[in-house]
Design a protein around this ligand. Structure first.
Ligand code: SF4
Length: 427
């Protein structure tokens, strides 16, 4: 399947597209407007802190990579990076980024993304984040600020972890942001942004929880990646994000009340046959082909871990304007990439039960160690605890060489047949 010219879009998707286009435009124009760019990662991003300096704009290299992949541009970028010596096993987001950079840093919007004023490394559990910014540090003449998030080794956030993070924010991150921006940090502006984050987060949780209804009005994985777009990237804390989530929430409520299923790129989804929980990031180079393999079979994803990669709001966390720095610390500690295996197993098992899933599927990403390590153990444990059948497919993030459509389709078809047989056996 090639890219569709007449893809069906929900109104909130149109709004999001406009927000993203405006952001890339602002990045492009930064040298003229005097804004400075802060390159930083999605999990554990400090968007409110960056944007409360009103002359700073965030850039997320993972978003550039996935946006480029959806436009089928990453294959060549990855080959270019491999020619420079980056191994086949390196996270393909990194190679897509290096490949893009070497060809003039032309971003997904087709315009140049200016150089960073600051490299802000928010480290949340994935070692690749560090190696990636080491590479960028060699490429750019920009200062680096590092925020080290302690791993949730025992599945909890302790007071000393929070204190350690707040100290880094005060002594390392905020001074560097002030230096690059040339402005003083204003904690009241940060509070205002956090209040807006909180509002948007309430709407997002309601959207994801709507998938408990039957039929589910949303697909929490393929649709879910759009729903998390603004909140996990450049927009959390902005009025635009509140407006987007208010609109999305209203749309989803309306679909739920009318007992409609999700909208797919080809229009309304047919009858809901299978309810799944999915673990792992999606494949971006063949995103629509992959999605089609589900909706053609009547399979809807009711919960996914990837849509929690930048924060587990459904577990109760909200940004708290009353404790601005502590709340940023808790946010970073709570990212999915910072959770240990027992926490991941417990979370997925809970999703299977609370969302009434018939199955649990892993999309194992070849080049993402942070998600893929331990997935077979997760699979066995979740099956044991919930009694639902697990399935396993493999692909990659943004490397088109590792999406074997025929293989994945075969595996999914056999998996759905197995779910049918289990159902007949239980009847
Ligand atoms: S290895 Fe996975 S979590 Fe780490 S940077 Fe790459 S995609 Fe992100």
């Amino acid at each position: 399947m090639t890219e569709h010219a007449d893809v069906q879009k929900e109104p909130s998707m149109v709004l999001q597209k406009e927000m993203i286009a405006a952001h890339y435009k602002a990045l492009e124009e930064a040298p003229q407007t005097g804004k400075k760019l802060v390159y930083t990662f999605v999990p554990g991003n400090l968007n409110e802190l960056i944007r409360c300096f009103d002359n700073l704009l965030p850039v997320h290299p993972e978003i550039n990579a996935l946006q480029n992949a959806m436009r089928k541009r990453t294959g060549q970028m990855i080959l270019d990076a491999e020619k420079l010596g980056h191994s086949e096993d390196v996270c393909t987001y990194v190679k897509a980024d290096i490949g893009m950079l070497r060809k003039g840093n032309i971003g997904p919007a087709g315009t140049k993304i200016p150089d960073p004023g600051l490299l802000l490394l928010s480290y949340t559990g994935c070692f690749t984040f560090m190696k990636w910014f080491e590479l960028l540090r060699e490429e750019y003449n920009a200062p680096v600020a590092m925020l080290h998030t302690p791993y949730q080794a025992d599945g909890k956030i302790h007071g000393n972890m929070r204190d350690y993070m707040v100290k880094q924010l005060k002594e390392e991150v905020i001074p560097k942001l002030e230096q690059v921006s040339g402005k003083k940090f204003d904690i009241d502006k940060l509070r205002e942004m956090l209040q807006r984050s909180r509002e948007a987060e309430d709407h997002l949780v309601a959207v994801f929880e709507a998938a408990k209804r039957r039929p589910s009005p949303i697909d929490a994985y393929f649709g879910g990646v759009y729903y998390i777009g603004p909140i996990f990237s450049a927009f959390r804390g902005t009025p635009g994000a509140v407006e987007y989530y208010r609109q999305l929430h209203a749309e989803v409520d309306e679909r739920a009340n009318r007992k409609l299923g999700p909208i797919t790129p080809e229009g309304e989804m047919g009858a809901e046959k299978y309810r799944l929980v999915v673990e792992g990031p999606p494949n971006w180079t063949s995103f629509r082909d992959f999605w089609k393999m589900f909706y053609d079979e009547g399979a809807v994803v009711v919960a996914s871990t990837y849509s929690k990669v930048g924060g587990l709001y459904d577990e109760g966390f909200r940004h708290d304007p009353a404790h601005p720095l502590e709340t940023l610390a808790d946010y970073c500690c709570g990212c999915y990439t910072n959770l240990n295996l027992p926490s991941r197993v417990a979370l997925i098992s809970k999703y299977v039960q609370e969302y009434g899933a018939d199955g649990f599927l892993i999309n194992s990403i070849k080049s993402c160690n942070s998600f893929s390590a331990g997935q077979l153990l997760i699979l066995r444990e979740v099956e044991k605890r919930t009694g639902v059948a697990g399935g396993f497919v493999e692909s990659d993030l943004v490397d088109p060489r590792y999406f074997s459509g025929a293989n994945i389709k075969n595996r999914l078809e056999s998996y759905f047949q197995m779910l049918d047989q289990k159902r007949k056996g239980a009847a």
